[in-house]
Design a protein around this ligand. Structure first.
Ligand code: NZQ
Ligand code: ZN
Length: 387
């Protein structure tokens, strides 16, 4: 097992009715920026639940954080916080609102042009340099409610870039599984596939001796396969909803990442597809992931075989099991309503591979993935295989 440090200060408040605890979670006498997205929280009653439980607090509202949040939009919230001396942010939304709030939190006291936070990938480690924030999760998928990373789009240049650092963990996150009842089917499907791929990024590398991390990862994958298709049809079923939500958090709260190698190349390539074609994040992963496993077959074969045996009970030679495991993954993504070819989302795909490779080259990214073996030639092959 690799050496590791585990630090996760987010207080997770999980379960039915837990939004009621907000007034105890937000610091007393805080002036709050309540940040939200396109307005779903007004239709499903979550806005009302939140404000009912924050009576007596001074609240300024900031809406309009779009899916794949834009730097340009978030900077408007940064200005409001500065003008109005706000000292706490409450993100009420999915990954986009929470990620957006992480950026806002980091940008308020940033000494310099905040676009550098994304372009230079500045790490935020000191609590006093950021505005503290908490979250009310409305969409299980990203794990953003219990991690310190975020992804923000610069609309002007169509770039989707990451930021993070240990100061950017939420102080608390309220995860009430009943919030998923109002989610459109498409978003429920996205959540399952995003969480599934988060596990794969940390699990599907090469065999190592971190046995427990493998078993936890396999437990999350099996649970997602078990509850995923059902929760999409029955979001009102609390057993399904709660297990789905907890899988999503556990997939990316840092636990299964400790002591093991990580890949993340599917995400890095997938982010480009969202930036270029506005394809939902999870759907870009369903397009790229299986082709990445195919192009990296030789180096991932042993782990693919472990995955095939333990998750899908496959038999045969290592090679056969590994190949069938990829097929089973694609079948699961199809069952979850994913189209897995780029040409199913856009007609304008023929130059995508070259465009992405050029971009990575400009950024100085030579090799992605565990052991940096996803070279630019392999990126090109993966994207072309995805057409
Ligand atoms: O904006 P509103 O009106 O709230 O509607 C949203 C949005 O249109 C809607 N929605 C959310 N909760 C709802 C709801 N509709 C009805 N009922 C509810 N309870 O769903 C739509 C999508 O929301 P969004 O937040 O964009 O989805 P998701 O949670 O999948 O987040 C995706 C973003 O997270 C990033 C992605 O790149 C993408 O930008 N990621 C963040 C990660 C992290 N911080 O660790 C990791 C992930 O890999 C991912 O990259
Ligand atoms: Zn993801």
């Amino acid at each position: 097992m690799l050496n590791f440090e585990l630090y996760n200060p987010t207080k997770l408040v999980f379960g039915k009715g837990q939004i009621e605890k907000l007034s105890e979670l937000v610091p007393k006498s805080a002036k709050i920026l309540l940040a939200y997205g396109g307005g779903s929280i007004f239709k499903n009653g979550i806005h009302q639940q939140v404000t009912n439980n924050l009576k007596g607090f001074e609240i300024v509202e900031f809406g309009g954080i779009e899916p794949n949040p834009h730097f340009e939009t978030l900077m408007k919230a940064v200005a409001i916080i500065k003008e109005q001396n706000i000292d706490f942010i409450l993100a009420v939304g999915g990954g986009s609102v929470i990620d957006g709030v992480k950026f806002i939190s980091a940008a308020v006291h940033y000494n310099g042009n905040p676009i550098e936070i994304l372009q230079k990938r500045i790490l935020f480690k000191e609590g006093e340099n950021v505005v503290p924030f908490g979250t009310v999760l409305t969409l299980p998928a990203t794990g953003s409610e219990m991690n310190s990373g975020a992804v923000v789009t610069i609309a002007a240049t169509q770039e989707k870039l990451t930021l993070g650092g240990s100061a950017l963990f939420p102080k608390f996150s309220v995860c009430d599984p009943t919030v998923i009842q109002s989610l459109p089917k498409r978003q429920l499907q996205n959540g399952v596939v995003d969480a599934f791929t988060h596990v794969m990024e940390q699990y599907l590398t090469y065999p190592h001796d971190a046995y427990l991390q493998d078993r936890i990862s396999e437990g999350i994958l099996q649970t997602l396969i078990e509850v995923g298709p059902k929760v999409v049809e029955n979001p009102n079923n609390y057993a399904l909803a709660s297990n789905f939500m907890w899988c999503c958090t556990m997939a990316l709260n840092g636990l299964i990442q400790k002591g093991v190698p990580g890949d993340w190349a599917t995400h890095m390539i997938g982010h480009e597809l969202t930036a270029l074609y506005h394809i939902d994040h999870a759907r870009t992963l369903a397009i790229i992931g299986p082709n990445l496993y195919q192009v990296l077959f030789e180096t991932k074969k042993a782990k693919l075989a472990q995955y095939g045996k333990r998750i899908f009970n496959l038999n045969g030679t290592e090679e056969e099991i590994a190949q069938e495991a990829i097929n089973k993954t694609v079948a699961f993504f199809h069952q979850m309503g994913m189209d897995t070819k780029l040409s199913q989302y856009t007609d304008d795909y023929t130059k995508t591979a070259d465009f992405i490779v050029n971009r990575f080259e400009e950024r100085g990214w030579k090799g992605l993935g565990e052991n940096q073996q996803v070279t630019l030639e392999k990126v090109k092959a993966i994207v072309e295989m995805s057409y």
